[in-house]
Design a binder for this molecule. Sequence first.
Ligand SMILES: N[C@@H](CCSC[C@H]1O[C@@H](n2cnc3c(=O)[nH]cnc32)[C@H](O)[C@@H]1O)C(=O)O
Ligand SMILES: [Zn+2]
Length: 448
Amino acid sequence: MNALRVTGGRVLRPDGRVTESDVTIDRDAGTILAVGEETADGGETAGSGETAAGERTAAEETLDADGGLVIPGLVNAHTHVAMTLLRGYADDKPLDPWLREDIWPAEAALTPDDVEAGAELGALEMIRSGTTAFADMYFAMDRVADVVERAGLRARLGHGVVTVGKDEGDARADVEESLAVASELDGAADGRIRTAFMPHSMTTVGEEYLREGVAEAREAGVPIHLHANETTDEVDPIVDERGERPIAYAADVGALGSDDFFAHGVHLDGSEIDRLAGAGTAVVHCPASNMKLASGMAPVQRLRDAGVTVALGTDGAASNNDLDVFDEMRDAAMLGKLAADDAAAVPAEAVVEMATAGGADALGLPGGRIEPGAAADLAVVDLDAPHLTPVHDPVSHLAYAARGSDVRHTVCDGEVLMRDREVLTLDADAVQERAATAASDLVDRVGE
Ligand SMILES: N[C@@H](CCSC[C@H]1O[C@@H](n2cnc3c(=O)[nH]cnc32)[C@H](O)[C@@H]1O)C(=O)O
Ligand SMILES: [Zn+2]
């Protein structure tokens, strides 16, 4: 068998325990075969080199996890990955003027080549910081899919639809594009790519387009992803015009399904939290973006108490300004405490769960748990650093002290994407140079 063995580390298990175990991966299947003595069929391995069936797992490749913590690959459950090109381009404004005055004009000048260059930069940054799966809402998604395939990542991709300010033909074409992308790209990259229908939000897509698109997405069997209840500017017009809250409106247009996942969920009332919980719709919390755009504080502890699946997202790099999910864990814990006015709210285990299993569940992708039979998506975090010494509690360090740059190895679908901090699937220097050039050319074009 074509095995990969991650040796000598401590392993974060799905129940939050940390054990000293080797992890054996079946590279052909892309799954975890054994964690220490434990195998998928519940059997015991007879020592280090055999499976329950007694088959030799002559490990063909090893990854040294000595002094490290083996964690599930992190999940960035909401981003616009090519926006790395706009990192630091426009800061310090609220959502609406930021989008209308700065971001949308710049995006209007983006070419498919630019999107590819930005997505490559984002993929490089994510692999470097231990992220193995992400959800992306953008355009030129065929180019993003090419990058996902090359980089070796896993993703749920969709074309973002905006219909406000467009005539009927253009609006309809945008909806059709999103549906076409969802059906054409689903299952690409050996199944690592899945898709969704992605209306941008309930205020930037008109009701008839929302209804039609959602109905067609249901027929095609793809989930819905949109920005919901991000700012009061987005909630108030819906309440004023319709006399109902946005989540009730989402249910009304058929967009509140158990496979669907909504970004932000900042301004939610109790009835909306109950509706999300009842429907099984997940919320992707984006704390850095919510703080930077001063959008507000999401009720994360209340969502979790109600039983809503909560994941974490960086949002685009222009409102973060990086794609490091470790930052998101820390921000989520800190902001969640402030929002609840309770230092016990949103504890370390909660944010680690949100960044791993919660993310995989929200996106309906494999991964998020290190256990036999699960997808072999993992990262090894180096704990041998001043800011991670001493190690009273590794889970505390993941939430509060570790950074993306502490990641030593990254593995997705059984393939090593980064070994000893060297990314193997992308040429880091070339990717950075291409993205920097694309970004400065873009700014020149927008300025003309
Ligand atoms: N087809 C659409 C593109 C929508 S992609 C998704 C959009 O979300 C935007 N975006 C980024 N961050 C946020 C956010 O925090 N809230 C809402 N939109 C955002 C991003 O700039 C991008 O334009 C069009 O033709 O304009
Ligand atoms: Zn967003």
